[in-house]
Design a protein around this ligand. Structure first.
Ligand SMILES: Nc1ncnc2c1ncn2[C@@H]1O[C@H](COP(=O)(O)OP(=O)(O)OP(=O)(O)O)[C@@H](O)[C@H]1O
Length: 278
């Protein structure tokens, strides 16, 4: 069963992003308007360099927009916060710490000190350890807790990155091509795991991807971006496929094939990428 989803959780209103460069201002994004419901899974797709990461960074609060406003749960996004956790493609783990310690670092930061704004007290060391154990268990990595990143596979590293983000119990999970560097089989396994985790945690997810099948398999809606510079949202495609989703069953599902074709048509017919001359 699909969980009920409230219609306005993240609101992006008239957002533009212009970067200062040596050659003068560069407008990456213009006129971005998007509403994301609580518990929704949204994929951002578009050609390389169109501004997907720029938009994700704005939602994360890692950068501020040049124009417009972003709201999360009716509050303006004014910087990064533990309610919006980010998972990057390169997992960004600290190589000298074990998997457990990498996850625990974030847990201590978020729950190890009293939260003045909510009045919630700091948790005990045992509670913090339990959170870390639970996050690693959620991604199936209990057995690798004491290994260092250099001793585990790319897929396992990516799982640690996801565990680290999930351990903060974020309301919003922001993922920038989290499976981009993985082989097809590992990628499929992690997609399936992510579907299960999101069903359990009910997090709102925004994921940047280049992969059409990944976008259709995972999402409630696919946000398709036009080519840059000054990219914007070209079309938003709702994905009306029941959950839980099974990739094998979906392969011949007409609604799945329809969505897939709509995205391919947008990317390769209407937004055919024009390579700039060097
Ligand atoms: N800090 C910055 N300063 C100047 N230009 C930037 C900056 N960050 C991004 N850009 C430019 O903004 C545009 C959008 O970049 P962005 O990384 O968001 O694209 P993307 O769609 O995520 O690309 P890819 O799919 O290749 O990762 C690109 O032309 C990029 O060069």
């Amino acid at each position: 069963m699909n969980a009920p989803k409230t219609s306005r959780y993240i609101e992006i209103q008239g957002v533009a992003q212009t970067f200062k460069t040596k050659k003068g201002p560069f407008q990456a994004l213009r006129d971005i308007n998007l509403t994301i419901g609580k518990g929704e899974f949204v994929a951002l797709i578009g050609h390389s360099g169109c501004g997907k990461s720029t938009l994700l960074n704005l939602i994360a609060g890692l950068t501020a927009p040049s124009a417009g406003v972003l709201l999360c749960d009716n509050r303006e996004v004014a910087g990064p916060g533990p309610e919006r956790a980010v998972v990057f493609q390169n997992h960004s783990l600290l190589p000298w710490l074990t998997c457990w310690e990498n996850v625990h670092l974030g847990v201590e930061r978020v729950f190890g000190a009293a939260n003045k704004s909510t009045g919630v007290a700091a948790e005990s060391r045992a509670q913090l350890r339990q959170r870390t154990d639970a996050a690693l268990a959620l991604v199936g990595l209990t057995h690798a807790a004491q290994k260092r990143p250099g001793e585990i596979s790319g897929g396992m590293k990516q799982r640690v990155g996801i565990a680290r983000a999930l351990a903060m119990e974020p309301k919003v999970l922001l993922m920038d091509e989290p499976f981009g560097a993985l082989d097809a089989l590992t990628r499929a396994k992690l997609q399936d795991e992510l579907l299960e985790i999101v069903a359990k945690t009910q997090a709102t997810v925004v994921m940047v991807t280049h992969d059409v099948d990944e976008a259709v398999l995972l999402s409630d809606k696919i946000v398709m971006m036009t080519n840059g510079p000054a990219a914007t949202i070209g079309e938003v495609l709702p994905v009306h496929l029941p959950r839980p989703r099974n990739r094998v069953e979906l392969a011949e599902n007409p609604a799945y094939l329809h969505c897939r074709k709509a995205v391919i048509d947008f990317l390769y017919a209407r937004q055919a990428h024009v390579e700039k001359a060097a």
